[in-house]
Design a protein around this ligand. Structure first.
Ligand code: ADP
Ligand code: MG
Length: 332
């Protein structure tokens, strides 16, 4: 049974970045105002996420790493909204613990002392007292040590770190209220201030030149707009047409506050720049799109961030208008 569980977990946890995504999401769910991520060797050797959130009471630590651990499923809609990350809700820590050495250490505010629990390849250990600050620290070591087939699929350290960086950047930009930091092999990659300002978060992540070149997007369909534009609102920041990079990794898109990838959104952004971009150059964009939830399919692929839209052409047109308008407003 343990073997089956391990193989299933290896199917679901694809790479270090998938672990980081789940841990950061948990920290933000816990109301953290600081989330510090640090990884070793692109996350292949170690991952640590520390937060100052509500913590996990000692008597709930074991449940948190057990199967079906969730404290969050309120109704069937929540369940549906939750599918699309690691398996179902309440499985992330359990699944990660099946394919690594996982330690969860926590102290809720007000608790006199902290406690920790370790899971090794699915074996759940005893809860022990642990000295720790308020909040939760999750450590993942030796990811895939017991699933060599999965370990073989890992790419070079730099590639794995790129994936980790993309994920942490995505959450940092979506949550400017939280101070999010990332460290690789002991060196800081970025640290946002958590002052609530999106441009300040962009500055921390992408640097001054990019942050200063960005113009605000704030679009709503005109009153009585045609039915083909299902987006309710598009907000965010997009860069000057000359502030570009040669990779398209700098388009961070969010649908209903959820970090997603959608070809349609990326294409709409590029379309809006029209002929202004030099060949093979891509702009920076951080865009939040609000769409009626029943028009978004988040379950395209259980492991990925992909979404699909019922009225894709309409969403695309809305995003294109939003970006075009922002550029025009600033004489770009
Ligand atoms: P889910 O997030 O879907 O509930 P997880 O396996 O990711 O499932 O986490 C299990 C439970 O552990 C959560 O429901 C939550 O109660 C608790 N938990 C996990 N991480 C944290 C954290 N960083 N801070 C506070 N509680 C946490
Ligand atoms: Mg979770």
């Amino acid at each position: 049974e343990r073997t089956i569980q391990r193989i299933a977990a290896g199917e679901v946890v694809e790479r270090p970045a998938s672990v980081v995504k789940e841990l950061v999401e948990n920290s933000l769910d816990a109301g953290a105002s600081r989330v510090a991520v640090s990884v070793e060797a692109g996350g292949t050797e170690g991952i640590r996420v520390r937060d100052d959130g509500v913590g996990i009471p000692e008597d709930q630590l074991e449940a948190a790493v057990a199967e079906h651990a969730t404290s969050k499923i309120a109704d069937i809609d929540d369940l549906e909204a939750g599918v699309g990350t690691l398996g179902f809700r309440g499985e992330a820590l359990y699944t990660v613990g099946a394919v690594s050495r996982l330690t969860v250490r926590s102290r809720p505010p007000g608790a006199e002392a902290g406690a920790e629990i370790t899971v090794e390849g699915g074996d759940i250990g005893e809860v022990r007292p642990a000295g720790c600050p308020t909040g939760t620290t999750v450590e993942v070591e030796d990811l895939f040590y017991n699933t060599p087939a999965r370990k073989k699929f890992l790419k070079r350290v730099t590639t794995e770190f790129d994936h980790v960086n993309t994920v942490v950047t995505g959450y940092a930009l979506a949550n400017p209220d939280a101070a999010v930091s990332l460290e690789h092999d002991g060196r800081e990659t970025f640290a946002t201030e958590g002052n609530g300002d999106l441009r300040s978060a962009v500055l921390a992540v992408y640097g001054r030149e990019v942050a200063e070149s960005m113009v605000p997007v704030d679009w709503e369909p005109a009153a009585g707009a045609d039915e083909g534009l299902p987006a309710n609102r598009v907000t965010g920041l997009v860069s000057h047409p000359e502030t570009t990079r040669s990779a398209r990794d700098y388009l961070a898109t969010y649908v209903n506050e959820r970090y997603v990838t959608a070809g349609a959104l990326r294409e709409a952004v590029l379309e809006a720049y029209g002929g202004q971009l030099a060949p093979d150059r891509y702009p920076f964009a951080v865009l939040f799109v609000e769409i009626p939830p029943d028009e978004v399919d988040v379950n395209v692929h259980p492991r990925k961030l992909e979404v699909r839209f019922d009225r894709e052409a309409g969403v695309r047109a809305a995003v294109e208008s939003a970006v075009e308008e922002a550029l025009l407003d600033h004489g770009l």
